[in-house]
Design a protein. Structure first.
Length: 434
């Protein structure tokens, strides 16, 4: 790994903290700090501070090569039809960009949506060298197309990529490629006649190096697709959670729960499948001997209660400081909105809290509401938590479909996403129209 201006720890400290220090060094080399670009130039994932030290190419959206699909070959299905089958229905085009250690990133391409070609020995198929992001494009009630805080997704994807030794990139260039795909396919697949609709965007990077052996891939592929996704934010009766079994941990301190890598998801499916067979929507993942509440399925989890000591309403969620959970874009937005718009009424608390605290709040009548939050589930009210044979029924408001604060936060976010409120988080797309 190339030595840069990133400050190295003493040798003994590195021996004790290899992974986190290695990630911090790579992020520093990318010119990133707290998820925001410092304006360095990028060369094959290594910041050069304005001085070219290599001819290896970086991702450059201005070099995009476009191969258009025949627009008459595929019709746009209605949302219900698109989400009812066994295959995810994607739009006409996708973006791809190949990388090699020898030459860096090739020119990105827009091409008709279709299969990828991989060798059976490709790194991703054997060593889980892949990461991804999830965000949505929204057709606003004002007729405009928007992305919601795509810079956060791009920066997080860089962090995930570096965590599993895939090549770095300039997040701003990824944002441009995402916006290009949306501008191209948005007018057809999110027509103005369907305000309030959305497409799900999936950027991913996989290791394609066709050589067996546990090693950092020397070939990789970035691709971006846009697709339909079912609405999951309003299950009948609210989401019901089953706490995680004692023999299963989804993420752990020192692991990679904070990164969007496939290895975070596959191993959890067995327990999730069993929970769903018992009538629950997702698992509330607990961590450690005290049973700390972390995430609901793959979403961040929030509880609203009255504080035991003061009686003040608190919005509580797990912290990010130990890198146990994902720094969700929806989570971050909820925390920021609540601190701003509910100041003086609700105290926002990011701390470790346990399932026993939730049970105690319920038994003392202090439990107000709860919800899961993420790109897929958006803001989804939770109506019940089942823990070791005991059901905790969570209030769902006067209408029986959502708690008051859950509904208010959800409305604020939707207004920004769909253009009812003009906000800096809503990135308007300049659409390519015929």
């Amino acid at each position: 790994m190339t030595q840069t201006s990133a400050k190295r720890q003493p040798e003994g400290a590195q021996d004790a903290d290899l992974t986190s220090s290695g990630l911090e060094h790579k992020i520093a080399e990318q010119g990133m700090s707290n998820g925001h670009s410092k304006g360095h130039s990028f060369t094959n994932g290594v910041a050069t501070n304005g001085h070219s030290t290599s001819k290896i190419a970086e991702i450059d959206a201005s070099k995009l090569v476009v191969h258009l699909a025949d627009p008459t070959l595929r019709e746009v299905p209605d949302e219900a039809t698109a989400c009812s089958g066994l295959e995810t229905i994607c739009t006409d085009h996708m973006v791809t960009c190949a990388w090699t250690a020898a030459s860096g990133w090739a020119a990105p391409e827009v091409k008709p949506y279709g299969p990828l070609s991989l060798m059976p020995t490709a790194s991703v198929l054997h060593y889980a060298t892949e990461c991804f992001e999830g965000l949505k494009c929204y057709r606003g009630f004002d007729g405009k197309l928007r992305l919601f805080r795509p810079d956060l997704n791009a920066n997080r994807m860089l962090m995930s990529t570096l965590r599993i030794s895939l090549p770095g990139f300039n997040p701003k260039e990824l944002e441009k490629l995402i916006a290009t795909l949306v501008a191209l396919d948005g007018p057809k697949w999110l027509p103005r006649s369907r305000p309030g609709s959305y497409l799900y965007l999936r950027p991913a990077i996989i290791g394609t190096h066709p050589q067996l052996g546990v090693q950092a891939p020397r070939q990789a592929l970035l691709f971006i697709t846009a697709s339909f996704m079912p609405r999951m934010d309003a299950p009948v009766g609210g989401m019901k959670l089953h706490t995680s079994p004692e023999d299963m941990v989804r993420a752990w301190v020192g692991g990679f729960g904070y990164a969007k890598v496939g290895a975070n998801y596959g191993p959890s499916l067995l327990a999730t499948q069993e929970a769903k067979a018992r009538g629950f929507g997702q698992i509330l993942w607990l961590y450690g001997p005290q049973g700390e509440c972390t995430e609901a399925g793959a979403s961040n989890f929030f509880v609203v209660w009255k504080a035991k000591d003061t009686g003040k309403i608190q919005l509580v969620t797990a912290p990010l400081d130990d890198r146990l959970i994902l720094d969700g874009v929806t989570r971050r937005s909820i925390v920021e909105l609540a601190k701003d718009r509910l100041a003086g009424e609700v105290e926002v608390v990011e701390r470790k809290y346990t399932i026993d605290e939730v049970l105690e709040a319920d038994s003392e009548g202090r439990l107000v509401e709860a919800f899961a939050a993420g790109t897929a589930y958006f803001v989804c009210p939770v109506s019940l938590i089942h823990h070791r044979g005991k059901d905790v029924e969570i209030p769902m408001g006067k209408k029986g479909d959502s708690g008051e604060y859950t509904a208010q936060i959800k409305t604020w976010l939707m207004d920004i996403m769909y253009g009812r409120e003009q906000h800096k988080w809503g990135m308007v797309i300049d659409e390519d129209t015929p």
